[in-house]
Design a protein around this ligand. Structure first.
Ligand SMILES: [Zn+2]
Length: 289
C-alpha cells in the first residue's frame, strides 16, 4: 500500500485535472481491491451459468439436433465447461479492434472440427463435445468484459460481475432473436465471433460507470433489476443462448443434418411473433431442476 499511501498524502489542490482523474482511478481501484473485488479469477460465465445456457440453447434448436444434444448432454456440458480451466488466457478474450484475443478464432476452429466429426460414423458423441466447446467460446464473446475496447487486462470488478451474473441468473429472460446472422449465412465463423464481440464491447463502459460512479466504488448491493449491470447481464445471457443455438443449427445444417420442425430457430423470420421457449413466459422462478 506504500504507493497508494503516498498518493493519498497529496493535497487535492496541487493536482492538475489529469492527475485528479488518475488519483480517482487509483483510489477506486484500491478500494475495490480492499472490499474483495480482486479475488481469484473466474470464467466469463460461471460453470453453473454455462450449464443453464446449454439447456436454454438446446430448447431453441431443431428437434433432430435437440435429440442428439440431449442424448449426449453430459458430453455437451463437458465441452462447454472444460475450457474454463484456462479462462484467464487470451483464447477467451476478443477485443473488437482485433489487437488482443483469440476467442473468435476458437469458435471457428471447434466449429469446423464439429462439422468434420459429425460426418464420420460412430463419432456423434465426440462431435457433440466439439459443439459444446464451440459454444464455450461463443459465450465468451457474448460476455462484455471479455471484449473491452480499451487496453489489455480485465477490470478489477471482473470476478465480482461474473458472480453477480450467476446470482441474478434466475431472473434472466431468454428472448428469441430473429435477426439474421449474415456471417453464418456466408459460413464466416470467425467473423461471427468478432461481430458478437463488437456488439458486447459497447456495454463495457456502462458497467464500469455503474461500479464506479463519480470514481467511488459501489458493491452489487446497489444493482437491482432496473440497473444497467443487471440489464446488460440479462441481455448478454440471452444473446449468448441465441448465438449458441444459431451456431449449432448452422453447423448441423452444414453437416447435412435435418433442420425441420422448429418454428423458433434464432435468425429465422416469422409471420407472427412467438414467445421464446427459453423464457417460459415468466420472469421469476425458472423451474430448471
Ligand atoms: Zn472461456
Amino acid at each position: 500500500m506504500g504507493r497508494n499511501g503516498s498518493a493519498l498524502e497529496l493535497s487535492a489542490n496541487t493536482l492538475n485535472p489529469a492527475q485528479e482523474r488518475l488519483m480517482r482511478f487509483v483510489l477506486a481501484a484500491s478500494a475495490l481491491l480492499l472490499i474483495g473485488f480482486g479475488s481469484s479469477p473466474a470464467g466469463a460465465w460461471t460453470d453453473a451459468t454455462r450449464r443453464r445456457m446449454v439447456d436454454d440453447a438446446i430448447r431453441l434448436t431443431p428437434p433432430a439436433l435437440a435429440t442428439v444434444l440431449e442424448r449426449y448432454r453430459s458430453d455437451l456440458i463437458l465441452g462447454m465447461t472444460d475450457p474454463l480451466k484456462g479462462e484467464a488466457g487470451e483464447e477467451h478474450r476478443q477485443h473488437p479492434a482485433g489487437n488482443y484475443g483469440r476467442a473468435a478464432d476458437r469458435i471457428a476452429l471447434h466449429s469446423k472440427q464439429a462439422v468434420t466429426i459429425i460426418g464420420q460414423p460412430h463419432r456423434l458423441r465426440l462431435a457433440v463435445y466439439a459443439l459444446g466447446t464451440a459454444a464455450h467460446f461463443v459465450a465468451d464473446v457474448d460476455f462484455p468484459l471479455n471484449c473491452s475496447p480499451g487496453p489489455v487486462g480485465d477490470p478489477v470488478f471482473y470476478t465480482n460481475y461474473v458472480k453477480y451474473a450467476e446470482k441474478m441468473m434466475p431472473y434472466f429472460l431468454v428472448v428469441l432473436d430473429r435477426k439474421p446472422a449474415p456471417d453464418l449465412a456466408k459460413n464466416k465463423l470467425e467473423a461471427f465471433g468478432k461481430t458478437a464481440a463488437l456488439r458486447s464491447s459497447q456495454f463495457v463502459s456502462p458497467i464500469q460507470s455503474a461500479y464506479t460512479p463519480d470514481g467511488k466504488p459501489r458493491s452489487t448491493a446497489h444493482f437491482d433489476e432496473k440497473s444497467v449491470p443487471f440489464g446488460v447481464a440479462s441481455l448478454s445471457y440471452s444473446q449468448a443462448v441465441n448465438d449458441i443455438a444459431r451456431l449449432w443449427a448452422h453447423l448441423w445444417r452444414s453437416a447435412g443434418g435435418d433442420l425441420g420442425g422448429q418454428p423458433n430457430l434464432p435468425g429465422t423470420p416469422s409471420g407472427k411473433p412467438t414467445p421464446s421457449q427459453g423464457a417460459k413466459g415468466k420472469k421469476h422462478g425458472r423451474s430448471t431442476p
